[in-house]
Design a binder for this molecule. Structure first.
Ligand SMILES: CC(C)(COP(=O)(O)OP(=O)(O)OC[C@H]1O[C@@H](n2cnc3c(N)ncnc32)[C@H](O)[C@@H]1OP(=O)(O)O)[C@@H](O)C(=O)NCCC(=O)NCCS
Length: 427
């Protein structure tokens, strides 16, 4: 094992610290005993250079634009697996071995999608027009009281029940929180439909379970729509120690119910610097309005006296093209060809924005590329998902990742409560 020497130039004291060999990526220096040994803290606001945990779930190579789930490149994952397969991969470490196992897991989730009737009452307490993310985080926190047994988990079966339950129920919670927010009656899960199709059904159906009726008959949910949404969920399934995942782990580190920790993660995801960016991207594309205004908005984003930022651009870790953005852009073009028509005006503005930004020195010098949120909203709009549901879509996609991360954290006997220090500058 290598070491690194820290020299205090004020006192001349020297301290050796072990280097940890990660299986991929740069080494990490073990500073856990820095304070004990050297009586100094490390200072890293935003944790840009700090690893807060060990993990085996997902790996990001920001320089080369690579993302792996359990060692498999996300480009391969999205072609090979359904979202529910990916969920199984993340929470158990193994994807379904064959079609039968894949169907059985999907079916298990469908049967777990129902909510306790008592929990459903919570939605009527929220005002019409409330943001679904607020309703959702409250409902997920409340879910912990309905499944309180997950507070203490003794064996793998307990962990799996906890994870599968919330992965299954999150689709129902999203659909219910949205329908409640617009005053529409709730549509219960239909177990005959697959996980992703059932979600679209709960969003779209009319009382009685019928889909929109047109002169051509009932507007069925198409296999292409299901496949598109499935891929979007898959591309959001896990992403290292981002702000919401870190929040989930930090809150879990105090020993709370895992659903309380996940509820906190939902709140962290809501912010526009994180998952809330997908909603803001669409709002911004509408604000730009026309391809001829792109240059003006790019100039605004570069103006340091203006707080305006191009939403869907930039990333703490990716310093090259986000592989998820690449896959989502390709999906947009593919769907367009296959008959799910994108909004041409918004699509054109987005592509022009990307082209101008990628050729502009400001963006080049700062390695600002489109991220996962840049093109996803255009596809979600084409799938008739309302804009206020974009961030809840991210919640559904990220749920297997949060579950895997919270399990990894709780199971680690060396995990400690998160308790950073501060650089005190007060009186
Ligand atoms: C994602 C994000 C929060 C990363 O933040 P970060 O790692 O802390 O990076 P910083 O905020 O320090 O940005 C570095 C530089 O790039 C600039 N920058 C970053 N993102 C920018 C954007 N979207 N538009 C314009 N400038 C941007 C910053 O102003 C800063 O410039 P400076 O060095 O001249 O001060 C940031 O890029 C952002 O706000 N993006 C828009 C929101 C978004 O799409 N979020 C979803 C992420 S998946």
């Amino acid at each position: 094992m290598g070491t690194i020497t820290l020299i205090n130039n004020e006192t001349g004291e020297k301290f050796d610290f072990d280097l940890i060999n990660c299986t991929r990526g740069p080494k990490a220096v073990d500073f856990s005993k820095l304070f004990e040994r050297a009586n100094i803290f490390s200072y890293d606001p935003g944790y840009g250079s700090t690893a807060g945990c060990e993990s085996t779930i997902s790996y990001i190579d920001g320089k080369n634009g690579q993302l792996l789930y359990k060692g498999i490149p996300v480009e391969e994952i999205v072609e090979k697996y359904k979202f529910t397969d990916v969920a199984k991969l993340l929470i158990t470490g193994e994807a379904p071995k064959n079609e039968q196992e894949s169907k059985e897991f999907d079916l298990e989730l469908r049967h777990r999608a129902f909510l306790h009737e008592g929990l459903i009452n919570i939605f009527s307490a929220f005002p019409d027009g409330g943001h679904p993310m607020a309703n959702l985080s409250s409902a997920v926190a409340a879910l912990s009281t309905f499944h309180f047994d997950h507070k203490e988990m003794d064996d793998e079966e307990d962990y799996q029940t906890m994870a599968r339950r919330i992965i299954a129920k999150i689709t129902t919670l999203v659909a219910f929180s949205y329908r409640n927010s617009i005053g529409a009656p709730l549509i219960y899960p239909d177990v005959s439909r697959s996980y992703v199709e059932n979600f679209l059904y709960m969003l779209r159906a009319y009382p009685g379970g019928r889909l929109k009726y047109t002169l051509k008959g009932e507007e069925e949910i198409s296999a292409l729509e299901v496949e598109a949404l499935d891929k979007i969920f898959t591309l959001h399934a896990d992403h290292g120690q981002n702000a919401s995942t870190t929040t989930v782990r930090n809150v879990a580190s105090t020993g709370v119910h895992p659903y309380a920790a996940i509820s906190a993660g939902i709140n962290a995801l809501w912010g526009p610097a994180h998952g809330g960016a997908n909603e803001k991207v669409l709002v911004q594309l509408e604000q730009i309005g026309d391809v001829k205004n792109v240059d003006k908005f790019v100039a605004k984003a570069k103006d340091k006296s203006d707080s305006f930022r191009l939403m869907g651009f930039g990333h703490r870790v990716y310093k090259s093209y986000d592989p998820r953005a690449k896959a989502i852009k390709a999906l947009k073009d593919e769907l367009n060809k296959k008959g799910i028509t994108m909004n041409a005006r918004l699509s054109e503005i987005a592509e022009k924005l990307e082209e101008v930004a990628l050729n502009d020195d400001y963006f080049k010098e700062r390695n600002l590329y489109p991220n996962v949120d840049f093109y996803s909203g255009i596809i979600l709009t084409a799938l008739k998902i309302p804009v206020q549901l974009f961030t809840p879509m991210f919640v559904i996609g990220r749920m297997p990742g949060w579950c895997a991360q919270v399990m990894e954290h709780i199971k680690n006997p060396h995990a400690r409560i998160t308790r950073p220090r501060q650089v005190y500058l007060g009186k």
